[in-house]
Design a binder for this molecule. Structure first.
Ligand code: FAD
Length: 290
């Protein structure tokens, strides 16, 4: 279907984009890479009168080192984040997740911030970003505020970004030297995950000193598998210890039931994928963790 007619504006600064957003209110919609918004417009699930394109704001693109964290501009494409050496060195979990995200075409158009603002519970970036303890920088008429990852995802397709605000940056705390793996279960290649697990671990010799585990599509928002993280801390990085900890993966989750699988199937998948992801992140699956 062809989208309903709309007016289009492409400001060259965040301030001008916020001004346009303030002028047109709920008649306006921001477009980033368009990989989720355009299908919505084409299906006429939404028909904004104004579309505000962030694509001509250079300050929203790129990755930079800010000491203890990396700053990822909201308009940086998945491909650019995935290829970035700083991200590979300090937030390997994100690099790993992006290799599983859609196909090359979508990765070259879709943006890091757009995907997180869209907040699809099956999106591949929410769980890794939550597991890493990211901070979201949001700019509005009243200035800039920072939202911790635990508060950013509010509900299905709903985030802490207000209608008059723009997501400008995502801050990724450095996890230098941590092993990482993203295990995604799909029926055919390039699909959205039925369930996926993001795991990153810091080893101290043969012991798991710390682990961070995120779950994709196990509830209306990306989740932290806190019980798994607690069970792993201080344990030997052995198959038996990791398998025992992974048994906690579905605790506190609310997986959906749909044509791809019911909730019990997803709980089972979460356990299996958590075991695989932690084993791989700890370098215990026969392959290199880094
Ligand atoms: C065929 C196909 C397969 C895909 N497969 C996957 C997959 O396997 N895994 C996966 O994770 N994703 C997948 N995607 C989605 C992809 O990751 C998109 O890039 C992402 O969902 C949206 O990013 P975007 O930059 O295109 O945002 P857009 O589509 O432009 O915007 C999405 C929403 O976010 C809002 N928004 C965007 N940027 C901002 C901002 N800076 N501040 C405030 N609001 C903002 C928009 O108003 C809109 O509501 C797929 C997409 C397609 C088309």
């Amino acid at each position: 279907m062809i989208p309903a007619a709309f007016e289009y504006v492409a400001p060259d600064s965040v301030e001008a984009a916020l001004q346009a957003l303030a002028e047109h209110g709920d008649e306006a919609k921001i477009i980033a890479g368009g990989q989720s918004l355009l299908p919505v417009l084409r299906m006429r699930l939404n028909a904004p009168e104004w579309v505000i394109d962030l694509g001509r704001i250079p300050s929203l693109r790129g990755v930079r080192d800010a000491g203890d964290h990396l700053v990822v501009g909201a308009m940086t494409t998945h491909a650019d984040v995935g290829d970035d050496p700083l991200v590979h060195e300090h937030a390997l979990l994100v690099t790993k997740a992006i290799t599983h995200l859609a196909d090359a075409q979508v990765r070259h158009r879709g943006t890091f911030g757009g995907a997180l603002a869209h907040a699809d519970p099956a999106g591949d970036l929410g769980a890794p970003v939550r597991a890493l303890g990211a901070t979201f920088v949001v700019q509005g008429p009243g200035g800039t505020r920072e939202v911790p990852a635990d508060d950013f995802f509010v509900d299905l397709f709903e985030t802490a970004i207000s209608e008059d605000e723009i997501l400008t940056e995502i801050h990724l705390p450095k996890h230098t030297g941590w092993g990482a793996a993203y295990e995604k279960f799909v029926r055919v290649a390039h699909q959205w995950p039925i369930v996926a697990v993001a795991a990153t671990v810091r080893l101290d010799g043969d012991t798991i000193a710390e682990a961070r585990v995120g779950l994709t599509n196990m509830g209306p928002t990306p989740l932290r598998a806190a019980a798994v993280e607690q069970a792993l801390a201080g344990q030997p990085a052995t198959e038996a210890a990791i398998a025992a900890a992974a048994e906690h993966a579905a605790e506190g989750t609310q997986p959906p039931s749909d044509l791809n699988g019911d909730a019990d199937y997803r709980r089972h998948l979460a356990t299996v994928l958590t075991r695989r992801a932690v084993l791989a992140a700890a370098g215990r699956n026969g392959g290199p963790a880094l």
